[in-house]
Write a protein that binds this ligand. Structure first.
Ligand code: ADP
Ligand code: MG
Length: 284
């Protein structure tokens, strides 16, 4: 769906490049995530891919065509959700959506349809000023679905949302995947990357450092350990053993046989641990 090679970009008037030769592929039907701290270049990359920023170098193929050779019809195939909700607050949700629908040359989904997709079916005729933050966010997603996109770009779709609304957004993105939509999502939220993305690219300082499925990254970089706590409760001992081959660890077996056990835990690596280990940077 997307094929990017050696993508470089410098903002006009800036002395230093923002993107230093990114390369990645997004496959049909997957949710592909850009994970990186603030300022890494995620939004810049998205804005290049949606045709908003020009003057980049490298090669970009989208939907089997060079990005540069797409005309305005490109916007009939993609859906874009920007990081900050930008709605006309005095207008209702329906009026906002109808305004954007009128910009499309081709058939679009109806306002009712997209509002139902984001769980806001009953809120069409409320002024957006009366919407909560989570509702405004979902209205942004609804608008991005008007074009019935095959390729969906989401910039930090859960930023600033409470956990309940963040889960709703994640479920919504998964439901679109089940319908065959390909999604490129930028996030600095570990949960989004881990729960939602089929593959994740780590991006730091305009450089792509790693790219793989979250499970593979954890397997490749993770330390799988067993932590055993034993001895008296007021001054317990902790011992750690690599999970692989733990059955051959004589000390582990001795503790199990001879010591009063307090707890035994297997320690799984999180995607955040892997990110820190691979990039040497924190996500916050
Ligand atoms: P992210 O989305 O990963 O947080 P951005 O792509 O927004 O990062 O920004 C990457 C870098 O580019 C940052 O250093 C930011 O300051 C810079 N940048 C973003 N927008 C502009 C702009 N319009 N002009 C100049 N520099 C910019
Ligand atoms: Mg951003």
């Amino acid at each position: 769906m997307i094929h990017v090679d050696d993508l470089r970009f410098t903002y006009p008037g800036s002395d230093a490049p923002t993107l230093h030769g990114l390369g990645f592929e997004v496959h049909e039907g997957e949710i592909f995530g850009f994970l990186g701290p603030s300022g890494a270049g995620k939004s810049t990359t998205q804005n290049i891919l949606i045709g908003l920023l020009r003057g980049w170098q490298g090669s970009i193929q989208v939907l089997d065509k060079a990005l540069a050779s797409w005309g305005r019809d490109y916007y009939g195939h993609i859906g874009v959700s920007f990081e900050l909700p930008n709605h006309y607050l005095k207008l209702t949700a329906r009026e906002n959506l109808e305004y954007f629908r009128a910009l499309y040359q081709h058939d679009t989904a109806s306002s009712e349809e997209v509002m139902a997709l984001v769980g806001l079916a009953g809120e069409l005729d409320k002024p957006v000023a009366a919407f909560s933050k989570g509702m405004k966010n979902r209205l942004t997603l609804a608008r991005s679905l008007l074009s019935r996109p095959t390729l969906w770009f989401l910039d930090e779709p859960t930023a600033g949302l409470d956990p309940v609304n963040a889960v709703k957004v994640r479920e919504l993105v998964k439901a679109r995947r089940a319908q065959g939509v390909t999604t490129l999502i930028t996030t600095h939220d570990m949960l989004v990357a881990d729960d939602l993305c089929d593959r994740v690219a780590f991006i730091v300082d305009g450089t792509l450092v790693e790219c793989d499925a979250p499970e593979s990254l954890k397997r490749r970089y993770g330390k799988r350990e067993i932590v055993v706590q034993y001895g008296p409760e007021d001054s317990p001992n902790n011992a750690r053993f690599p999970l692989d081959g733990v059955g051959e660890q004589t000390e582990f077996l001795r503790i199990l046989r001879e010591e009063p056990l307090l707890s035994v835990h297997s320690q799984e690596t999180t995607l955040e641990d892997v990110f820190v280990q691979v990039t040497g940077r924190s996500l916050r």
